[in-house]
Design a protein around this ligand. Structure first.
Ligand SMILES: [Zn+2]
Length: 303
């Protein structure tokens, strides 16, 4: 499957208008001859937003909550993001889709991908309405699909399974059903990879471990599920994924106590360095497809 393209003269005019706004705000354009992959796990408070940049385009996985839209837009502006090839929404909870209405009104977005789960929340209805008004393609992703771009960049969807497929019933009957239906995606670029767990919890991890082939979840970097909650990140997943580093998106002093001590201890026991947006700010990972570097906005690493 290939990313969808924008369409229509009106859309093009709108894109140009918005690009102009962003250019005027500070134009030092992203160098398109830079073939490195850049991943920014954005400082999004108690929410989730990851910017993925590559010469083929810019992508977002989730877009934070509605209270964080100013911060999200300001970070996208700092990175000189002018349009998005794709907005991937892991599941329709407010801390993942809350920024979508303002984002869609501000930046051209070629395509929205979701997990096919509907929500009766106003924010869900709002962003869907804007997407329809703007003629943005909306597609559902399921296990087994792969988004491919030139230069060998791929995003494989490893969860959730389609209705009726193996593991679907287990997710459907699980306690944290909405979280467990999160899109779980494995980004691959050369030998570098990163596994984005969304808010998937233990039941989803069990299904992953049961139905994915051995080695398919192995990853260079793990973005932990559900903001470092003890309801996610099982030892079995950590062993199978065998990451060299872990990234947790959570808000400073959040009322849930994320990341939970059990998750931090587990990762420490496996000597996996932990990067946390609550302490480190935005976490930036660069890879040339072989090696990688991690830098944090606050400069030092937490373990
Ligand atoms: Zn969440």
């Amino acid at each position: 499957m290939y990313p969808c393209k924008g369409k229509g003269l009106f859309r093009i005019a709108l894109i140009l208008a918005t690009v102009l706004v962003f250019c005027l705000a500070g134009c030092a354009s992203h160098t398109r001859d830079d073939s490195n992959l850049h991943i920014h796990v954005l400082s999004a408070g108690q929410a989730d937003a990851v910017l993925i940049r590559h010469k083929t385009g810019d992508f977002l996985i989730d877009c934070g909550d509605s209270d964080g839209t100013d911060r999200l837009l300001s970070q996208l502006q700092q990175f000189h993001v002018r349009q998005l090839e794709a907005l991937i929404l892991t599941h329709p909870h407010e801390d993942h889709i809350g920024g979508a209405p303002v984002l869609l009104e501000t930046l051209p977005v070629a395509c929205i991908y979701d997990n096919g789960q509907k929500s009766d929340s106003p924010i869900y209805a709002h962003y869907r309405k804007i997407a329809v008004q703007k003629g943005i393609d909306c597609k559902t992703l399921q296990r087994g699909q792969v988004l491919s771009w030139t230069d060998g960049l791929t995003l494989e969807i490893v969860s959730p399974p389609a209705r009726g497929e193996r593991g679907y019933g287990a997710l459907q009957s699980s306690q944290g059903r909405e979280n467990n239906f999160s899109l779980v995606c494995r980004l691959e670029y050369g030998t570098f990879s990163m596994l984005f767990m969304g808010d998937a919890e233990k039941e989803s991890e069990r299904v992953l471990l049961q139905y994915m082939t051995s080695g398919a979840l192995r990853t260079t970097i793990l973005k932990n599920g559900h903001h470092g909650s003890r309801t996610a990140t099982t030892e079995e997943l950590v062993k199978e994924a065998a990451p060299s580093a872990a990234v947790i998106s959570c808000g400073a002093g959040n009322s849930f106590g994320f990341p939970h001590r059990e998750v931090v201890s587990l990762l420490a026991a496996y000597r996996i360095p932990i990067y946390r947006t609550d302490r480190d700010g935005t976490i930036s990972i660069d890879s040339d497809g072989t090696s990688y570097t991690i830098k944090t906005a606050h400069g030092d690493r937490t373990l």
